[in-house]
Design a protein around this ligand. Structure first.
Ligand code: GLY
Length: 347
């Protein structure tokens, strides 16, 4: 840990992290809940997704069917500019989508990266898993595969996302993804980009686990950029013996630490979901050395979230800066606070 990042500087705020149907009040007033199954958690933009996934699990659906049905709602939503249809495009105005799925019971997974023209990349990722000997298809190959599987090609750019892209394009400045040699390492910077994404994890009544992470990725990215979401072990990881983890936020920071896999391994070693997420975020802080990615106080100038659930139904979320995530242990989805390392984002 760098001198700028002494542990005492971290604001480790602990939030609700046990799933369950029945809340109990702890001494001191903190509310915790008994672990119970089934449970679904997702990023904060997944209120409807988690409710849909829970409905499916309560009807006896398989966890993978449940979480994919959930995120399809967000992929289809033109008003979520970080996922699927209506997602913000790359620097050339084209929407490129990334997604992964992972099924605990069968230990199988699939992913697509830089997929154009298909609004539900999570469904295509599932077919890569089920209908090929491969795990990860990208670009033209992923599109050809989707078309052969019967998906329809469409324009994913909505009027609103086109308007936002034109606004960015017309003000094109140092805030694009290209770096001069000087910019690549020397200046303190502020990274204001849209990373979006939905990650959704579900555990059924028998303790079987599945997850999916789906995104339009970084706005205004260089065409072909693939983030963490479709990378098994970074944006998503599921181990049916232990639990699952997913991530949203700056993918480049997550890929370097193989975040979702690291969270699951820490849960395997006995950490709670929330403790595991926090420990991996500390690794992210240690591995972020480029000054352009740091605020003037040396803290990361971006956001990164992890979400995790274990086989018992205990869940947790943590982020670099204050954030929330979505939980569903019954009919209604609700937002809970994530734990976090730093209290304030940098100006
Ligand atoms: N976490 C989403 C991305 O970086 O693409």
């Amino acid at each position: 840990m760098s001198s700028q990042m002494q542990r005492r500087d971290f604001f480790k705020v602990t939030s609700a992290f046990l799933a369950g149907s029945s809340a109990i009040t702890q001494p001191g007033g903190a509310v915790q809940e008994r672990a119970a199954l089934p449970v679904v958690i997702s990023s904060a933009n997944g209120m409807k997704a988690a409710a849909k996934a829970m409905e499916s699990l309560r009807a006896g659906g398989k966890p993978l069917d449940a979480v994919i049905a959930g995120v399809n709602i967000v992929e289809d939503d033109p008003n979520d500019s970080s996922v699927g249809y209506g997602g913000l495009p790359n620097e050339e105005g084209e929407v490129e989508l990334d997604a992964s799925v992972m099924d605990g019971p069968t230990c199988r997974c699939g992913a697509v990266g830089a997929l154009k023209h298909i609004r539900n990349p999570s469904k295509v990722a599932r077919l890569v898993m089920e209908r090929t000997d491969h795990i990860f298809l990208v670009g033209e190959g992923a599109l050809k595969f989707a078309l052969r599987m019967g998906f329809e090609k469409e324009n994913l750019l909505t009027e609103e996302s086109r308007r936002k892209w034109l606004e960015w394009r017309s003000k094109l400045s140092a805030r694009d993804a290209w770096l001069t040699e000087e910019e690549s390492g020397t200046e303190f910077g502020e990274v204001i980009r849209h990373y979006g994404t939905i990650s959704c994890l579900g555990v059924d009544a028998a303790g079987n686990i599945a997850g999916t992470t789906t995104t339009s990725g970084l706005s205004w990215k260089i065409p072909g950029r693939v983030g963490d979401s479709p990378i098994i072990g970074a944006g998503l990881y599921v181990d049916n013996d232990v639990g699952a983890a997913g991530s949203t936020g700056r993918g480049e920071a997550n890929i370097k630490v193989c975040g979702a896999h690291a969270v699951v391994e820490l849960m395997r070693q006995g950490k709670s979901p929330e403790q595991a997420c926090l420990a991996v975020l500390e690794r992210v802080v240690r591995t972020t050395k480029e000054k352009r990615l740091l605020g003037k106080d040396g803290r990361p100038a971006f956001q990164l979230n992890f979400y995790a659930v274990n086989k018992k139904g205990e869940f947790g979320g943590a982020a670099l800066y204050p954030s929330r995530f979505c939980v569903n242990t019954g009919a209604e989805s609700r937002l809970v606070n994530s734990a976090y390392l730093f209290k304030r984002a940098q100006a």
